[in-house]
Write a protein that binds this ligand. Structure first.
Ligand code: NAD
Ligand code: LMR
Length: 329
């Protein structure tokens, strides 16, 4: 049976994450090896020529699943009929820019894009925001799309999740595939909290296997939380291939489901679970099935975790208040 192509829109398509992402979408890694895709590349006018170059290379791969590519700088065109939207393009922080300036500059991008999604996307649209500050950009876009169910707007903490798995595997000598039920809580920022208290290493409780609170507090958590900055320092540019990989993982898991007995981390609008104020887009442990996600409920949160979750959520609340004050939500 021939399947209907899925329309996938990528913003910031000419950027470095875009370059690492598009070929994997077109080769079937985002949605599955039997799902054809139409790609919509949304860029600003200065990015269009480079996006055309990337589209030429996509053509040259002769991917069997890639049906067509459309390139545009018009958000209404870019999101027309979109089933999946990956919002990667964002305004980076430049020298001398205050936090408020950054939020305001990104509001100028994510508010109109949220409206364009509201007005043009398909009814089953799923949105992943990658562009930083990802959680609050997702909140801005979601607030501008009142006709789209809020839960369709998500922010990427899967890169943090993958980083934490890798660090925990290295510490315990386990295989990456033996690490389950890890959680990133809060913001995709240095305040995020990677939680191993419910994680498992080859079926055993990870905190017990590690049995080293000093490593946890002084090495593991800061290494994961500050990994983005460490990559920038080492590479001279922010993470690109690993960020693209995480975006693929995020959407693939959302669409195709989590494995039995495991969960993942996604930045999603809070329903008030675990004391996180309703509406802010915060990372939670989630299971996914049939294209829907659910927060894992009933986890016991110890004092060590509580303080760290609260600190990251506090930062998100402040970001929400700042964009509210700027009239962006
Ligand atoms: P980049 O500068 O290489 O590319 C960004 C692209 O976005 C550029 O081509 C630019 O022209 C385009 N763009 C800017 N405004 C746009 C708009 N309004 N519409 C469409 N396109 C627009 O940056 P990058 O390295 O690809 O990173 C992109 C974003 O992802 C950054 O904000 C970065 O901080 C963020 N990021 C997030 C994570 C995460 O885990 N959530 C990880 C890595 C990077
Ligand atoms: C990352 O986590 O690698 C990025 O969000 C870092 C950044 O500031 O772009």
């Amino acid at each position: 049976m021939t399947r209907t192509p899925v329309n996938v829109t990528v913003t910031g398509a000419a950027g470095q994450i875009g370059y690492a992402l598009l070929f994997r979408i077109a080769s079937g890694h985002l949605l599955g090896p039997d799902v054809p895709v139409n790609l919509r590349l949304l860029e600003i006018p200065q990015g269009l020529k480079a996006a055309e170059g990337t589209a030429m290379e996509l053509d040259d791969c002769a991917f069997p699943l890639l049906r067509n590519i459309e390139i545009t700088d018009d958000a209404n065109v870019g999101f027309a009929g979109a089933n999946v939207a990956l919002l990667v393009g964002a305004r980076p922080r430049t020298k001398g820019m205050e936090r408020g300036d950054l939020l305001s500059a990104n509001g100028g991008i994510f508010k109109p894009q949220g409206k364009a999604i509201n007005d043009n996307a398909a009814d089953d649209i799923k949105v992943l925001v990658v562009g930083n500050p990802a959680n609050t950009n997702a909140l801005i876009a979601q607030a501008a799309a009142p006709d789209v169910p809020a839960e369709r707007f998500t922010a990427m903490t899967r890169l943090d999740h993958n980083r934490a798995i890798s660090q925990l595997a290295a510490k315990t000598g386990a295989a990456v595939s033996d690490i389950k039920r890890l959680t990133i809580w809060g913001n995709h920022s240095a305040t995020q909290y990677p939680d191993i208290f419910h994680a498992e290493v080859a079926g055993k409780n990870a905190a017990e296997v590690v049995n080293d609170e000093v490593w946890l507090a002084d090495t593991f958590i800061p290494t994961v939380a500050k990994r983005g900055a460490a990559i920038i320092e080492a590479r001279g540019a922010s993470s690109a291939a690993s960020a693209a990989n995480a975006a693929i993982d995020h959407v693939h898991t959302w669409v195709n489901g989590t494995a039995e007995g495991d969960w993942t981390s996604m930045g999603i609008p809070s329903d008030g679970s675990y004391g996180v104020p309703e509406g802010i887009i915060s990372s939670f442990p989630v299971t996914t099935k049939d294209g829907k996600y659910e927060i894992v409920q009933g986890l016991d949160i110890n004092a060590f975790s509580r303080a760290r979750i609260d600190a990251s959520v506090q930062e998100l609340t402040e970001e929400r208040d700042a964009v509210r004050e700027l009239g962006l939500i």
